[in-house]
Structures are given as structure tokens and as C-alpha cells.
Write a new protein. Structure first.
Length: 370
């Protein structure tokens, strides 16, 4: 009975592979720098042709589609077992017959560059890239702008600089870094707007916006770090699948990845500065409130003491027999209140409070004009 269930599951998975999977194949011929598309049925003949190499892109909900392609070359990757893991890691696998790793492509990058649509969290999709001496395979579950762009540009890129399957990996890594750098710049522009709002005292919705930008910076930091690790491997470690020229190109791209990571760290520092500024402004506001309350308490406490003393119901209180005692006590309380206020004013305790009260309309309406 368990065996029957297993066969049924395998049959269902193969059916889903054939019905829901999109196959895109491009074969490159180094002899005449030409390229052409090919169908799934031509894969064995393409792989058997020694001078040529190919790029195979597989899109589908079931990762079994990738496993079926790898079985053609008798490759079994443990990499695919981690595809559902939430961590952002390159998960590099090195084998004698191939090199594989994860890439993370931004979904709909133009959405985050359109300031009219407001801030939104960065979403990305995981991709598996398998690199061998005569093929490169990419697998992803959803349509990706990066994949569409590589499909459009790979033929021209091959005619200009392509020599080995590594040039396809180069195109994807280049797009990753470009999107990360571009989105980080968009985050910096958003941080500038948040900083202006904070300086103007407009804190409406600011915590939520800061939370989104902070999450985007953390996401970009992890994505850039993952790509950087892959580039370190491709640029520094010898591999039969990477030509010396490609290794040099990956080395230059590694420097770009270092710059992107530094830019993301700089954005994080800018965000920390904005948060610290908001916290400092809030602390100043609370200090002004405490100052006002302290002055009021200092004036009212002596008056409350006098009122409390003469509010006691003792039978023998000499002052109660004085004809004008009520007005005398009120006068004494007034003198004490005015005297304490003048003392606090002389000490400078009231100046800042009055200045803060005068600045309240300016903060509400925006920064002052010079």
C-alpha cells in the first residue's frame, strides 16, 4: 500500500511538471557566435553536441521539473531540498560536474522606483542557477523581470563577449547588483523625505514609513551579502566551469558588490540618524512638558499647603476670628505665587517653555521661511 501511494504521488508530480512548467532553451555556438531557441525534446541532442552549450530556463510550481533535467546528466543536487527555507543564503554546492547556488531576484523593481505609489516592502523570488561546462540551468517558480531581460539580451551579449556558459550567470548576477543598488538609492530618497518630515515636526505616519524603509534596508543588506559570497567564489576559487577571462570579470563585479554593501550600510546609518533625531525631538518635547509641570507644581504646592492648613476643622484657630483674615490669606497666597513665578523666571526656567509654545504653530504648519 505505501508503494502504491508513492507511485501515485510520482505520477501526480510528473503530470504537474508537464502541464504547469514552462521550458525555455537557448543554444549558443562559439564557432560562428550564433544562437537559437530549442524545444524540450531537443535537449539530448543539444547536450551531445560538444562545441555548443546551452541555457535552459525552467519556470514552474514543482521543483521536480528541475530534477528531471538534472537526471539527464545524472546530477542529484541536495540544493533543491532547501528551496522552501526562509533564510536568504546562497547555499553554494560544488561538484565535479557542476556548480550550483541560489540567486534572489527582485520582483517588480519598477514598483519600488515609482514614488507616486508610496513606500512598499521589497519582495524577491528565489532562483536556482546550475552551471556546468556545457550548460547553465535556471529554475524559478514565478515570472521574473530579470529572466525576461536576459532572454532578450543573451544573444547580443554572447556575440560580444560570451565564450562559456558562465556568461549567462554573469548576466543574472549583474542584474541582481543593479537592482539592489537602484533600490537602495530609492530607499535613500525615501529617507530624505522622512528626514524632512521629521525636521518639520510632521510625525503623522512616520513610524510606519520608517519601519518599511528599515525592513527594505535589511532585506537589501542580506541580498547583497548573498550575491557577494557567490562572487567571491566565482572570482577567487578555481573552477573548470569558469574561464580565466570570466574569473577576472567576476572579480570586477565583486568590487561592485562591495560598493553596494557599503551603500546599504550607509543607508542604515542614515536611518539610525533619523530615528535618533526623532527620539531626541521627542525627549525635548517631554522635557518641556516636565518643565511646565514642575513650574506649575512649584507654584501650586505652597498655595495648596496654606489652603490645606486653613481648611482644617479645629475649634481653636485664632486667625478665624480676624475680620479680614480671608482676604489677607488670599493676598499672601497671591504674593507667594507671583514671587515664585518671578524666581523661576529669573532662573530662566520659563524662557524655554514660552519659546517652545511659540514654536508649536510653526511645527504644525511646516518649517519657518527665512
Amino acid at each position: 500500500m505505501p508503494l502504491a501511494c508513492s507511485r501515485a504521488q510520482v505520477a501526480d508530480s510528473r503530470a504537474s511538471v508537464t502541464t504547469d512548467t514552462l521550458f525555455h532553451g537557448v543554444v549558443f555556438d562559439p564557432r560562428d557566435r550564433s544562437s537559437r531557441l530549442f524545444e524540450r525534446g531537443e535537449l539530448e541532442s543539444v547536450l551531445a553536441d560538444d562545441p555548443v552549450f546551452c541555457w535552459i530556463d525552467v519556470q514552474g510550481p514543482n521543483i521536480e521539473a528541475l530534477n528531471e533535467l538534472l537526471r539527464v546528466r545524472q546530477i542529484d543536487l541536495k540544493l533543491v531540498s532547501h528551496f522552501e527555507a526562509p533564510e536568504i543564503l546562497p547555499r553554494i554546492v560544488e561538484r565535479p560536474d557542476c556548480l550550483a547556488f541560489y540567486l534572489y531576484e527582485i520582483e517588480d523593481p519598477e514598483r519600488h522606483l515609482d514614488t507616486a505609489q508610496g513606500l512598499a516592502g521589497i519582495s524577491f523570488a528565489r532562483m536556482i542557477l546550475v552551471l556546468a561546462d556545457d550548460f547553465v540551468i535556471t529554475y524559478h517558480r514565478r515570472p521574473l523581470d530579470a529572466v525576461d531581460e536576459v532572454k532578450q539580451t543573451c544573444a547580443e551579449s554572447f556575440r560580444q563577449v560570451g565564450k562559456t556558459p558562465g556568461f549567462v550567470a554573469f548576466l543574472f548576477l549583474e542584474l541582481c547588483l543593479y537592482d539592489y543598488a537602484h533600490l537602495n538609492l530609492a530607499n535613500d530618497n525615501a529617507l530624505d523625505r522622512l528626514q524632512q518630515k521629521a525636521r518639520a515636526g510632521d510625525f503623522e505616519g512616520l513610524p510606519d514609513q520608517i519601519g518599511i524603509v528599515g525592513a527594505n534596508i535589511l532585506t537589501l543588506k542580506k541580498l547583497a551579502s548573498s550575491v557577494h559570497i557567490v562572487l567571491m567564489l566565482l572570482a577567487t576559487k578555481w573552477s573548470p566551469f569558469i574561464s580565466p577571462e570570466a574569473r577576472a570579470s567576476f572579480g570586477q563585479m565583486e568590487q561592485s558588490a562591495t560598493a553596494v554593501r557599503a551603500a546599504v550600510d550607509s543607508s542604515r546609518n542614515l536611518l539610525d540618524g533619523i530615528v535618533n533625531g526623532i527620539q531626541a525631538a521627542e525627549a525635548r518635547r517631554m522635557s518641556e512638558i516636565a518643565r511646565v509641570l514642575t513650574i506649575m507644581s512649584g507654584i501650586l504646592l505652597p498655595l495648596s499647603l496654606i489652603a490645606g492648613i486653613y481648611g482644617m476643622n479645629f475649634r481653636n484657630m485664632p486667625e478665624l476670628a480676624v475680620e479680614h483674615a480671608y482676604f489677607i490669606v488670599l493676598g499672601v497666597m497671591g504674593v507667594i505665587g507671583v514671587g515664585l513665578y518671578l524666581v523661576f523666571r529669573r532662573l530662566g526656567w520659563t524662557k524655554r517653555s514660552i519659546h517652545a509654545a511659540g514654536d508649536a504653530p510653526a511645527r504644525k504648519n511646516g518649517p519657518r521661511q527665512g
